[in-house]
Design a binder for this molecule. Sequence first.
Ligand code: GLP
Length: 260
Amino acid sequence: MEVIIQPSPGDCAATGARIIGQLLKGKTEAVLGLATGSTPLPLYRELITMNQRGELDFSTVTSFNLDEYIGLQGDHPCSYRYFMEQELFKDINIEAERTHVPDGLAVDVSDHCRAYEQAIRDCGGIDLQILGLGTDGHIGFNEPGSSLGSRTRIKTLTGKTCEDNARFFESIEEVPRHCITMGVATIMECRQILLFAFGEAKAEIIAKAIEGPVSAMVPASVLQMHPEVKILIDDAAASCLEHADYYKEVFAGKPSWQCF
Ligand code: GLP
């Protein structure tokens, strides 16, 4: 686990975009795992700029999103499909048919989840997954208590997540209680993971995820078991970490061949 602490979300986004750039330059048919929420927005803006400057090409990239609300159609302004169209897809040269977001209106949810897993396998697996972090420790929508061996499936959101996400809806009553999310094991199979978290509101849960015990009660803590994880956080999100100075020293002293 490589913890990269930078002064601002913009700095983290620039670093993340460079890592994604390296992947895309080295692999034409790269498969990206994408996330929603406010956290990945600076990264998406960076990727859009690089794409528009001709520095990054998404024409042969395939994407899989982590999750979607059940009951929301793709053109609903609060759906994650809509979010992705607005915040990234419409501004880069990715092929629409290569983008995948779980279908919130799937009639047979179990069948749809199995097919989603199969589609990921058919593309050769996810090369790089972007993650945000819920204040209750969730990744994707894997809420506390999610099996560390879970696959794509239906989940019920916690009250805390509904409260956190109510800001995107007219009222908390409108936040769907159910979602489809990639499982913890699905995420753990991605070859590389970048988790971003910004601001003081994420500081306590970041400390639990990185320096606490691995536990299904803090789903993000399982990332400690993944061999290729980078945690990109700003100073505020790093403020509860016991070993922040050490992580900064490690990053500052990286040999040039490890830099990005
Ligand atoms: C939602 C998403 C998560 C995301 C989390 C954090 O619950 N399902 O993937 O990480 O929000 O949101 P934010 O980045 O807005 O803090």
